[in-house]
Write a protein that binds this ligand. Sequence first.
Ligand code: PEP
Ligand code: MG
Length: 594
Amino acid sequence: MNEEVFVNKVLRGVGVSSGITTGRVYLLERGRVPITKRSIKEEHVDKEILRFKHAIKSAIEELDSIKEAITDDEIKKHAFIIDAHMLILQDDYFLNDVVDAIRKDRINTEWALDIVVSKFLASFEKMEDHYLRERGQDVKYIHERLVRILVKGKTTDIHGRSVKGKAIIVAHDLSPADTIQLNLNQISGFATDVGGRTSHTSIVARALEIPAVVGIGNITSLVKNNDSIIIDGDEGVVIINPTKEVQKDYIAKQLHLKSQKREFLRIAKLKSETKDGFRLRVGANIELLEEMDIVERYGAQGIGLYRTEYIYLSRKTLPTEMDHYHIYRKLAENRALEYITIRTLDIGGDKFVSDIEVPKEMNPAMGLRAIRLCIKELQLFKSQLMGILRASAYGPLRILIPMISGIEEVRKTKAVIKECMEELNHKRVNFNKDIKIGIMIEVPSACMISDQLAQEVDFFSVGTNDLIQYTLAIDRVNEYVSYLYEPLHPAVLMMIKLAVEAAHSNKIDIALCGEMAGEPLYVPILLGLELDELSMNPYSIPRAKKVIRGLEHSYCKELLREVLRTNSAKEGEYILRKEMARLFPEDFIRCYEE
Ligand code: PEP
Ligand code: MG
């Protein structure tokens, strides 16, 4: 425990849930339990394996009772994460690996677990997708739980540790079981040593709109219970024991953010229409059903992108047709949204953890992923498509296919969808026969042949995250080349323009759902490009609407021409920042000065 008393100690991490909060620390100390690595005698091997099996049984019982004790509906929504942990505890690969290590190496359970878990974590860490990488955290939680059971022989949870008054939880990391046991109504912020945008704490914090900063490194060793603390979830900053002046500044900033939020929630309800009457849809990108409340509150007209990867990652075996159906039906039954775009599975290469065997690839971003994998693993693809089709009887679902690079992929996909429809007809299951089928435009070849592709499908959605990566040949997760990741690169803008023209001359809609859509600075350019929809992180919607409503469409078209004339992303950005600072001085002055 740290005895030093800090004043105004500033710590930096990753701001994962917006907002500012000030309050008192509630420290959840769950440091690592030291383990002893022991060799064991041959005759003790069976006893040791039994010890491991008892620990597994206790861990499952603990998780079961945590789940049963949940009464709060809001918290119940997150209990599926506990199920995912239970599945890991019953996973044959995991169990057999530990038993094998105990038997073959004649080592105690703690040691065997250490070896097996390290192997699992190493393979998670190699994954390119940061979301998948962080799922390794689940294996860590399970490991910690088992070690605590083995070492201490008693329960491991923070059960019953009620939080007094509103508190800011500081922890090394919060396992889903921890988060679920806390009374979330009494928590005004989170700060953790580890974690990233897609760790469970972050997902829950965002869904509940609680400010959070994660990945701070060492906050648990620097604070004590009851320390005063400020969390700035927008800047990713935490301040321990702030002075009165600093507190005053942050309270003023917090009040400003609160009134800004009220203003955003007001704007959220308004139409996305320019001053001269050009309308486009504003949709939301989501990954979890839990995000639906936020989607509505922040003013999305529909879901422009529902990433379905989480469905595959949150269970041990592949989701069945009916698993898919139940999830998509919940989405479809939402009456507030005009359309819900379900993107079919977009993983593969070394980003895939499940029953499907995929070869190790040298270059996974360009490997057997997304539609390529789905076409190869037809059963996998069909169970998702059948689930979507079944659910389409209940609301305005659309199908979106990722990573299309050529026309055969589209034709093959449509043939598979047709087969699914025939099967459902045969079974007399209701579905929407006219369901809209769209493709992601995120591979340069798809842009180049967008005119032909547009004749095959009902809509396009531009995925700029990948389109920029493939057009400019820069790995989107490689920090060394991130300076080259330029959404305003003339090649990128020309690609989008080409796809928009192809879509419109074939009378189909075109959306843009990459991160670029949620960045207000780019909104005038995207308006100038005449996209029909922008789909973004729900929290970005009001800001985007504000910008849309403050602009003339004719001006945006001219601005786009001017930016394209510069032939340079840097110069284009300079013009854009300058113009936006002139038009929206309150919102853009800072970025122009940078
Ligand atoms: C994209 O590539 O822009 C996109 C929206 O999809 P993802 O980020 O899931 O690849
Ligand atoms: Mg993509």
